[in-house]
Design a protein around this ligand. Structure first.
Ligand SMILES: NC(=O)c1ccc[n+]([C@@H]2O[C@H](COP(=O)([O-])OP(=O)(O)OC[C@H]3O[C@@H](n4cnc5c(N)ncnc54)[C@H](O)[C@@H]3O)[C@@H](O)[C@H]2O)c1
Ligand SMILES: [Fe+2]
Length: 450
């Protein structure tokens, strides 16, 4: 059955009664986002911001590649101009792991920093969030805050230091979210830490930084925006998610689709549809690259509160089990299936599978992405229509032909399924319930796309 108009169900409780004692599913949702400042060249203000909060000792994090590029130069110039004292950590790993997080955490712990600045894509921003979190909780064990069931998923109670995020990709939206993702090497699958407390204080979104992105980084980070928008818009509605939290501190950051996230996610999808191909193909197209930078913020606010589901849940073992695949355009010395690519490769199969639960949302998405879905299109065709639309979109942007093209064979499917099972935090937000056999079939259907 369609579920997309079920937000305004009748009240299930009487006034004064604690709702979660009488119902299993949640009845409320909460919107959280960082402050966002957007503008061409706005990075020049960061030194003043740090002065305004009387920063004494700033930790600036980035990755080795970016440490030589214009975004870092702009940040350090502004810090120098405003007499801000800082130390640089440029050892962030592209697609971080538990050990790379721990290295950054020990740098943060040893420096007694009072403010953090992250200059980079999701890898840098996420690493910086974790470094700030554990530097403020020196007694905590690393797994304490990591999502259950891999970690203990403890709520963050202490306030963290201010963190200013300067995103250089148009992708993760990490500047808006309370999420930090890493590859947990013992399980060969990604997991993360999710708490509103991790949100950056300010996301400084300067579109000039996107101009230096190589073509494949622009493509893959753009696919991340696409999937954030699509998955959050089609996620299980917040009032069908269980359990109902007994205390608001237990309400997860990813709550399920909700009327406010819908606005952000749909708008992000429209921007992706209009500008993504231009942004990938022409690195000098400032209008397109700026629009995609904003789209990553819009989608970040949408999915940061609604969550993502199967494409992301299944992407974590795709990234974690990588064997030898080299990501073209990425200056890294390790095998890598970049996040956006690992997410989008299963998208045709996933949305074909989820469409029966909310077909009109899937049809709407196909239409936004340019497929004419006339009034004659049957509800049952929503899945195939969106899947075909996505396949064409990926083909036009020269995406690898499915999981086989990034090094996977049918024999790998059981380990890919095994790595998806612990990703409940997101897979439970799938609008359609699924078994391990369903997951196997989705991986199998994603082996080749075209
Ligand atoms: N926290 C969240 O909410 C969230 C959401 C989605 C993804 N993620 C995580 O973020 C990571 C991926 O981040 P990403 O896609 O932003 O890429 P990234 O940070 O991994 O960077 C990819 C590559 O692009 C380079 N690069 C970045 N910006 C550049 C620029 N402006 N010019 C030239 N080169 C540039 C980097 O040096 C790196 O080599 C993954 O670990 C993923 O799991 C986090
Ligand atoms: Fe993502």
């Amino acid at each position: 059955p369609a579920h997309s108009n079920t937000f305004h169900k009748g009240r299930l409780t009487w006034a004064g009664e604690a709702p979660c004692t009488v119902r299993k599913t949640d009845y409320a949702f909460e919107m959280a986002s960082s402050n966002i400042r957007y503008g061409e060249g706005v990075t020049r203000e960061i030194g003043m911001d740090l002065q305004n909060i009387s920063a004494q000792n700033v930790c600036v994090m980035t990755d080795r590649n970016l440490s030589f590029l214009p975004p870092m130069k702009a940040v350090l110039e502004s810090l120098a101009k405003n007499g801000v004292k800082y130390k640089v950590y440029d050892n962030v790993r592209v697609e971080p792991t538990d050990s790379s997080f721990k290295d950054a955490i020990s740098f943060a712990k040893s420096g007694s920093f009072d403010v953090f600045v992250a200059v980079g894509g999701g890898s840098v921003i996420d690493t910086c969030k974790a470094a700030n979190l554990y530097a403020c909780h020196p007694e905590a064990d690393f797994l304490d805050f990591v999502n259950a069931p891999i970690g203990k998923g403890k709520p963050v109670i202490k306030a963290l230091k201010p963190l200013i995020a300067v995103p250089t990709t148009a992708g993760t939206g990490s500047e808006t979210t309370g999420v930090a993702i890493f590859d947990y090497e013992p399980l060969k699958a990604k997991t993360g830490i999710a708490s509103r407390a991790l949100r950056p204080t300010l996301g400084m979104v300067d579109p000039l930084h996107t101009l230096s992105m190589p073509e494949r980084v622009a493509a893959n980070s753009g696919f991340d925006v696409l999937c954030h928008a699509l998955e959050s818009y089609t996620a299980l509605p917040y009032n069908q998610r269980s359990p109902c939290p007994p205390n608001p501190i237990n309400r997860p950051a990813y709550q399920g689709s909700n009327p406010i996230s819908d606005v952000w996610s749909l708008h992000a999808l429209r921007v992706v549809s209009k500008y993504m191909k231009r942004a990938v193909r022409d690195p000098e197209d400032l209008e397109a690259r700026s629009s995609m930078h904003l789209a990553s913020v819009f989608a970040g606010i949408g999915f940061g509160n609604a969550g993502v589901h199967l494409c992301h849940g299944m992407s974590y073992p795709i990234a974690g089990n990588v064997k030898t695949h080299k990501a073209g355009g990425y200056s890294v010395d390790h095998p890598l299936v970049p996040h956006g690519l690992s997410v989008v490769l299963t998208s045709p199969a996933v949305f074909n599978f989820t469409a029966p639960m909310c077909p009109e949302r899937h049809l709407e998405a196909a239409e936004i992405l340019g497929t004419w879905a006339s009034g004659f299109v049957k509800v049952k065709d929503a899945g195939p229509l969106l899947a075909d639309t996505l396949r064409q979109f990926l083909f036009d942007l020269h995406v690898e032909d499915g999981l086989t093209a990034v090094g996977y064979k049918k024999d790998d499917i059981p380990s890919l399924v095994k790595g998806t099972i612990p990703q409940e935090r997101v897979t439970k937000l799938s609008p359609r319930e699924h078994t391990e056999e369903d997951l196997s079939r989705l991986f199998e259907a994603s082996m080749k796309l075209y």
